[in-house]
Design a protein around this ligand. Sequence first.
Ligand code: HEC
Length: 131
Amino acid sequence: MNKPYTAVPSIAGATIKLAGAGLALAAALALNPAHAADAANGKVLAEGHNCAACHGPGLNKPVSPEYPKLAGQHADYIYWALRQYQMGSGNPHLGRNNPIMQAQVQNLSQNDMRDLAAYIESLKGDLVNKK
Ligand code: HEC
């Protein structure tokens, strides 16, 4: 038996009923509009912030062994790593405390970080997922 309506969790006290799970998902996305990450803007930001000065050409050849390779890393991982550096010591439970990277991200907006993450994911690099 298919119910014609599916309830989604109430938002601000209002229960919204929608026809079908597909619509419910579409509505959930519409209510929580995601910034469409812009890899081209991420490239501009990476160049402007000179990320390659440490992470190397193509963000794939770090200038020092303790600097990580970034190219090709999953965008959601990169985004969250950048957010953690930004939260830093102000939030010891969530933050990453590396002072070098904390300094790099202080002026970035969340959309900047999403764009940087999309750009980094788009780069060809040596990182691999072992299967
Ligand atoms: C002055 C050198 C330097 C610059 C410039 C720099 N980084 Fe980093 N980055 C580091 C170091 C060092 C680490 C490792 C920090 C740690 O151990 O947490 C790191 C780590 C990272 C990580 C975490 C990677 C992982 O696998 O967890 C990301 C993401 C990152 N950097 C992105 C960037 C971006 C984007 C820029 C430019 C906006 C940038 N970095 C500029 C030195 C730098």
